[in-house]
Design a binder for this molecule. Structure first.
Ligand SMILES: *[C@@H]1O[C@H](CO)[C@@H](O)[C@H](O)[C@H]1NC(C)=O
Ligand SMILES: *[C@@H]1O[C@H](CO)[C@@H](O)[C@H](O)[C@H]1NC(C)=O
Length: 167
């Protein structure tokens, strides 16, 4: 009895150790992969710009997005979560950051694409600050590794001015 339990324990320790070493090596190597992301996004169309009954400005738009995130995929990458935010300043907030669209890239084969997409989430302001507002589009990405820490980064894509009038 005692000897079987002891042997099992030894076996487990032996098989766990190499795995732990491998995973440590995986996240260590990740530190040396300096990825270069290429992405562009522009407003394709302002589909609707209105003031909600509660007074908050709301914009619906479509984006022309292209990105090449292939370099983010190493053998330790599980998936990459990307999202595009609209960022702007108002007298109340130095940074308003509103997610317009998001997407999960499951593997390297799907990491390069160009498409026109409607916003998944409308751009809604806390007040009515959006007429003529200068907006910056920012791409954010979270690299979810098979092991190790999640890595997040972002890049500015473009800026545009919203119309002066509702439509
Ligand atoms: C979207 O942008 C790409 C460049 O990134 C351009 O080649 C393409 O013509 C644009 N598509 C539309 C529908 O504007
Ligand atoms: C804006 O788009 C959202 C979905 O993205 C939709 O639920 C909403 O009804 C749209 N609003 C208008 C005014 O078109």
């Amino acid at each position: 009895m005692h000897s079987v339990a002891y042997r099992l324990n030894t076996l487990v320790s032996f098989s766990v150790l190499p795995l732990a070493l491998m995973l440590a090596a995986a996240s260590f190597l990740d530190g040396f992969n300096s990825p270069t992301v290429q992405a562009h996004a522009q407003i394709h169309k302002i589909r609707r710009f209105r003031k909600q009954v509660n007074g908050a400005d709301e914009v619906n738009l479509s984006l022309n997005i292209s990105m090449d995130m292939e370099s983010l995929f190493t053998w330790n990458t599980k998936q990459v979560f990307v999202f595009v935010t609209a960022e702007y300043q108002t007298p109340k907030n130095s940074l308003n950051q509103i997610s317009l669209w998001d997407h999960i890239i499951p593997d390297k084969e799907h990491a390069k694409f160009q498409r026109v997409v409607p916003n998944k989430y409308p751009l809604i302001d806390q007040g009515s600050n959006l007429r003529g507002k200068n907006i910056e589009l920012v791409l954010h990405w979270h690299i979810m590794p098979k092991s190790g820490k999640m890595i997040q980064d972002k890049m500015s894509l473009s800026t545009f001015n919203l119309p002066e009038a509702y439509s």
